[in-house]
Write a protein that binds this ligand. Structure first.
Ligand code: B1M
Length: 215
């Protein structure tokens, strides 16, 4: 057990040390040893990237280091994410996800997307820096049950409210649940802009979608 924990910690460290080759090698070894892909994501890759975020905030890492660490994160993420698959064969509830206009931070959104998909939902990813018009167009065409919006910057939060206002204006708001998340988002903000819910992380987002789409 100690060996396994050591391996998990090595993966976390490889992300922090910006070593994409080592991260991929360690993730492959961990999978061969029987570790679950979701555990590798939740217990190594996400904590590694979170710590990178803290180093950046403390000015111990700068943009180049953060970019290299994101590459290391994705070197592991791209191996585990196809393995975190849904077992469900039922007709799937559709969810549209995207990062709002002006914001290119998509690591968190990509994690949320994988876990939503793995929980049996049909997810459409609009990507990052998604304009309000694109959100509205996608909702009009795809008619999803849930619209999930992510924002990592205080300066771009305003676009979440903009999308909701546009849905109201176009009389589309009653037919869709809207959830919001990302580091600067909280429950109070979600309520204020008229969203149906806020989730702190990817697992909470899945739970929230389940809760609001029942019935
Ligand atoms: Co920048 N950045 N960044 N950045 N970056 C932040 C967000 C910042 C807080 C750093 C800081 O100053 N302390 C700050 C924003 C300040 C603000 O709020 N106004 C900031 C800034 C200012 C900038 C630039 C403007 C810097 C510049 O150029 N001067 C620029 C912005 C460009 C733009 O968007 N237009 C910029 C650029 C970048 C990089 C490109 C270098 C890179 C992004 C790479 C990428 O995403 N592809 C980057 C990164 C990595 C960060 C930090 C360091 C880490 C973010 C991250 O990936 N965390 C971040 C500082 C920090 O967070 N401490 C910072 C790890 C990830 C797993 O967590 O994204 O929080 P997170 O996702 C979580 C939850 O939030 C939640 O679940 C996820 C998984 O558990 N969640 C949801 C997310 N979305 C959800 C949706 C949901 C539910 C839950 O439902 C819909």
């Amino acid at each position: 057990m100690q060996g396994v924990n050591l391996k998990l910690d090595e993966i976390r460290k490889a992300v922090i040390e910006m070593d994409d080759v080592k991260t991929a090698q360690l993730v492959n070894t961990a999978l061969k040893q029987g570790l679950a892909p979701q555990d590798i994501l939740n217990n190594c890759l996400i904590p590694g990237m979170k710590e990178v975020g803290e180093l950046f905030t403390r000015k111990e890492y700068y943009v180049p280091e953060v970019l290299l660490a994101s590459e290391a994160f994705y070197a592991g993420f791209n191996i585990v994410s196809p393995l975190i698959k849904s077992q469900s064969t039922e007709k799937k509830t559709k969810v549209i996800i995207g990062v709002v206009k002006g914001d290119i931070h998509d690591i968190g959104k990509n994690i949320v997307k994988v876990l939503i998909e793995a929980s049996g939902y049909d997810i459409m990813d609009l990507g990052k820096d998604v304009s309000t018009e694109r959100f509205i167009k996608a909702v009009t065409i795809e008619k999803p049950a849930v619209l999930a919006m992510s924002s990592l910057m205080t300066t771009t939060l305003v676009h979440m409210e903009e999308v909701i206002k546009e849905l109201i204006k176009k009389k589309m708001r009653r037919n869709i649940k809207v959830i919001v998340g990302g580091a600067p988002v909280n429950e109070e903000f979600a309520n204020r802009i008229g969203a149906d819910g806020y989730a702190e992380d990817a697992m909470q987002a899945v739970k929230l979608i389940k809760k609001i789409t029942i019935g």
